[in-house]
Design a protein around this ligand. Structure first.
Ligand SMILES: *[C@@H]1O[C@H](CO)[C@@H](O)[C@H](O)[C@H]1NC(C)=O
Ligand SMILES: *[C@@H]1O[C@H](CO)[C@@H](O)[C@H](O)[C@H]1NC(C)=O
Ligand SMILES: *[C@@H]1O[C@H](CO)[C@@H](O)[C@H](O)[C@H]1NC(C)=O
Length: 403
């Protein structure tokens, strides 16, 4: 009885027992203090042995009751659980890819991967962005519904075979993986950028190229959100491979280095957990694989290899369930100035600070899809490009840059 209590309380239980025992003495049940000392030291020894040789099998948990076992696992090293064959295989492949130095390329390129419905509304803007940098980038387009009509030669014949994409379902992640697989075919592609059709660049090509190429991390958004739209979406069906404490959230617009793209291709075990158990209506809740799979996967396997924020700005400042949508009156020089000069980012739900390393946070900006037509109509494209050239010119005049 006392033993199992000590087990449940862990090392802290010792203090409680020391408080309990003198009371017994006052009641006169145990008169001899030596008896108490013997008992206490036996318990101590038992706990010490149990700490050094933790129970390896589930039968040990059974003896000390299920709740006792949970407490033990929370203060013991995490390796107590025996890994399955699939997990051992998966982990060894992941760690080998991560520990193998990246393939050297004489002509390193950045792969710009566009996840679109059909045509790209900002194609002309991207055309200006790419001009003069031929050979240092490649373009891939996954158009899920309509065949795009192109206005820029950089986009012609760059569509990959696509599949249907349904909002909120794993088909979004499938499309991301399809883009990565196609972009990986070119060994010169060293960094991979996922963008939507409503993304615009906020910096010039050289700036973006240097920013991404000379950092050895991936910009993957990953944070803990204890609320119903974060951990509340977790399902126990993901056990034992994905524990709730590892469950993370993040915007889907990533950039990743080649090693990380390969790791994503190599994974089927963790992916299958999200495909099967993180979907709308799962256990009466809505879980969206595109917001949780990569943030959780990289948090588990390479937490220091990711920045924990995305370089694509999405405005959540209104704290609604969808990001802010911009209107004509919102697109001002001040807004763009603000976004391009942000040097610290805080995840709204977790208060976790990221991007605090004296570097600008955002290279791209995401507009909510609906108003894009409106933006085009009033010439936002020209406006943003104008602002853009202003930044470039200022930089040329010797404005100090943080890169
Ligand atoms: C990235 O580079 C820095 C400095 O060269 C190094 O300290 C760090 O360990 C590297 N990180 C990874 C994930 O390779
Ligand atoms: C990202 O977050 C994880 C876990 O919170 C942390 O261990 C890691 O150091 C962070 N990455 C960077 C680059 O700070
Ligand atoms: C720009 O940032 C300043 C300071 O944070 C803020 O007061 C202002 O409202 C912002 N302007 C726009 C247009 O976002």
């Amino acid at each position: 009885m006392k033993l199992s209590k000590a087990w449940r309380l862990g090392p802290l239980g010792m203090k409680e027992m020391q408080h309990m025992l003198p009371q017994h003495r006052h009641r006169g049940q145990l008169k001899k203090p030596t008896w108490i000392i013997v008992l206490v030291s036996m318990v101590c020894m038992f706990l010490a042995v149990a700490y050094i040789y933790p129970p390896q099998t589930s039968s040990a948990c059974f003896i000390f009751s299920a709740s006792g076992c949970q407490t033990i696992s929370s203060w013991l090293p995490p390796s107590v659980r025996e890994l399955s064959d699939d997990e051992i295989a998966s982990r060894v492949v992941i760690s080998n890819i991560l520990n193998t130095p990246p393939m050297e390329s004489k002509n390193p390129k950045i792969a710009f991967m566009f996840l679109t419905v059909g045509s790209l509304p900002f194609e002309k803007l991207w055309d200006k962005f790419f001009q003069g940098h031929e050979g240092r980038f490649s373009v891939y387009i996954h158009a899920s519904r309509k065949k795009p009509v192109h206005s820029s030669s950089y986009f012609v014949n760059r569509e990959i075979r696509s599949g249907k994409v349904e909002w909120g379902t794993v088909s979004m992640v499938e499309a991301e993986k399809r883009l990565l697989a196609n972009a990986l075919k070119d060994p010169d592609n060293q960094h991979f950028v996922l963008l939507s059709d409503s993304c615009v660049p906020l910096r010039d090509f050289d700036y973006v190229y240097n920013y991404l190429m000379y950092t050895n991390i991936s910009f993957i958004d990953s944070f803990s959100d204890p609320g119903p739209h974060g951990s509340g979406r977790y399902s126990d069906h993901m056990l034992p491979e994905v524990e709730k404490k590892y469950f993370r959230k993040g915007a889907q617009w990533f950039t990743m280095k080649r090693q990380h793209a390969l790791v994503v291709m190599a994974d089927s075990l963790y992916y299958s957990k999200f495909r099967d158990y993180c979907k709308p209506g799962m256990d009466g809740r809505n879980c969206y694989a595109d917001e949780h799979y990569l943030p959780t996967f990289f948090h588990m396997h390479d937490p220091n290899g990711i920045a924990n924020w995305s370089v694509t700005h999405v405005d959540w400042s209104e704290r609604k369930w969808h990001p802010k949508s911009y209107e004509k009156k919102d697109i001002s020089e001040q807004l763009l100035k603000n976004i391009t000069s942000i040097m610290e980012s805080v995840h709204v739900t977790s208060e976790e600070k990221v991007c605090t390393i004296d570097i600008i946070c955002y290279l791209f900006m995401w507009f909510r899809q609906l108003p894009v037509v409106k933006l085009i109509a009033f010439g936002a494209e020209e406006y943003i490009w104008g602002r853009f050239e202003l930044i470039v010119k200022k930089k040329g005049k010797g404005e100090k840059d943080t890169m």
